[in-house]
Design a binder for this molecule. Structure first.
Ligand code: HEM
Length: 128
């Protein structure tokens, strides 16, 4: 089974591929209306997920925890709800999905704060 860090990096890179293709499409059509959705896909989907992946690669005790798996699921759910939510908010003025996505984003980051405080960062040495 793949490590959690690998899952975070691989999923983040897939989101980046989608976000970049979307950026190229916006440039080609000269229609930048949905650029906030593109920005969030790239920044949360790729940048934040890669930061999370780096943290779990450096901190194996955190990576094997059940919380870490919940963190991964919440991160992916954030993108799958927030990005279409921003599209709907811009194109139709319907904000419910975007609001739900923002709450998921907040929970994801809150869980990360808790994880870092609980497990620390890196491999901590026992003092002798
Ligand atoms: C193939 C790669 C990419 C292309 C062609 C592209 C293209 C674009 C375009 C055309 C815009 C609209 C600019 C405007 O209206 O002024 C935009 C906005 C933006 N892009 Fe990208 N982009 C790419 C990759 C990325 C990446 C990797 C990130 C972040 C890691 C990113 C973050 C943003 C942000 C934050 C905005 C501004 C969103 C806003 O105005 O609300 N983009 N991009």
């Amino acid at each position: 089974m793949r490590s959690l860090a690998t899952l975070f990096f691989a999923t983040g890179a897939v989101f980046a591929l989608c976000g970049m293709a979307w950026g190229i499409q916006m440039s080609a059509t000269q229609d930048h209306t949905l650029s906030p959705a593109h920005g969030h896909l790239n920044l949360i989907g790729f940048v934040a997920m890669s930061v999370f992946g780096a943290y779990y690669a450096l901190t194996p005790t955190a990576a094997v925890s059940r919380l870490a798996r919940i963190h991964y699921v919440l991160s992916v759910a954030t993108i799958l709800v927030l990005v279409p939510g921003i599209v709907l908010a811009i194109s139709q003025g319907a904000e419910t999905l975007a609001k739900a996505g923002s709450v998921l984003a907040l929970l994801t980051m809150g869980l990360f704060v808790y994880t870092v405080l609980r497990y620390g960062a890196g491999v901590e040495r026992q003092s002798s």
